[in-house]
Design a protein around this ligand. Sequence first.
Ligand code: ZN
Length: 411
Amino acid sequence: MARIYFIDVTNRDGVQTANLGLSKLEKTMINMYLNEMGVFQSEFGFPTTRHESFYLQANLELADIGVLQPIRLEGWIRAVAEDVEKAFKLVPNLEHLNLSISTSDQMIQGKFLGKKSREDIVTMMVDAVEAARAHGADSIGVNAEDASRTEIDYLIRFSLAAREHGAHRIRYCDTLGYDNPFTIYESVKTLAENVGMPIELHCHGDLGMAVANSVAGAKGAIDGGQDAYINTTINGIGERAGNADLVATVLAVTKSKGFAEKYRLKKPIDLTKAWKVSRFASYAFGVPIPINQPGVGANAFAHSSGIHADGVLKDPENYELYSFDEVGRGEPELVETGSEICSGEYSGTSGFRHIMGQMAVSFDDARQAEEILELARYANVASQRPLVEDELLFIAKYPKIAKKLLTLIPE
Ligand SMILES: [Zn+2]
C-alpha cells in the first residue's frame, strides 16, 4: 500500500516570501527541528545562489556526522542543465535535487514569450535530469510549476519523460492555489495511474484550501497506486497567501474523519515538537502565530462560552479533537520580568558567560568562551534579534560548522 511522506519547504518557499527571510543559522535550526519531528525531507535551500553555498555545505556536513539524520536535505533549482552544473560546482556533495520548470500554457507563453514550445520545456527538463544523474544525484524530483493549470495529457507526457530519464518523483504544483479538493483529487489520481511514479503535492492557500487540497491530492496519488509526498511550510509561511501548514496538514491526515484508516504516513511525525517549532519559526520570521491557528494558536484549546466550558470540564473530547499535550503544549513558559541579559551583536564576555551558565554550558578557558561569543555575535548580526537557547547551544556544540554557515563572502 502506498504511503504519505512529508517534505517541508520552509527553507525554500518560506524564505522566498516577500517581506520575510531567515538567517542561515535560523534555516539550520529549522532543519534540525524538522529532523527531530521525523519529517522525511527538507527543501533546504538554493544551491545555485552563492550566499547559500556555505550554509548548504555546512548542513550537509551535519548530515555526514549523523546530526541531520535521517532527514533528507534537498536543494531546489530551475530545471536547466547549466543550473545543475552550477549547483554541483558550488555544493559538490549535494545528493537530492528538485528541478523546477513551468508547464502550463499560460506560463510557457507568459514567461518565455513565445520562445519556447511545450516540447522545448520537456527537452529542457530532460537535459536537467540527465545532468543531475551524471553528477550522481541520489534522488531527483521534477517540479511541474503551475501543474493545476496544465492540460492533463501534456502533464502526463511531461512526467513520463521525467520518469524515463531517471527522475524519482513528480511535483504537482498548484502554484496559484487554483485547485479545489475535487479537482486536485482527479488530476493527481489520473497522473498517478498514467505515470506510475510517486507524486508530490505542492499546494498554496490563495483560495484558503492549501491543507484540504494537500489531503485530497494525497488521496488521489494513493488511490492511483503511488506514494504521496506532501509539501508543507511551518506556520504555512510561503509565497502570497502561503503554503499548507505543516502541523495542520499532519493533524488533517492523522485526525480527520476516517482518513488515516486507509491513508497512512510512512512513518509517524512527532507533533509533540509542534509548539516549539511553530514558535521558533514565528520568532525567526517575525510573524505572529494567528490566534486561531490549528494546534498552536493561542485559542486552539481555549473555551469560554458556558456550554463549551462545561463540556470540556466534564470531558475534553466533548469539544477537542486532540489534546494539547499531543502538540507539545501544557508546559508553563517563563517570561523574565526583571533584569535580563540577552545575546547581541555587541555582547561581551561577562554577559555571555552568564547566559551560557544559565544553560549549564561552561567553557574550558577564556579563549574558548571568546570563540563561541564571537560566533554568537555574528549570528546576531544576521538575525538582528537575541538568539534562542537552542541556537546558542548549537553554536557551542558545533562551532566549526556554525562558523562555516555564518560565513558570507560576496564574489
Ligand atoms: Zn510554492
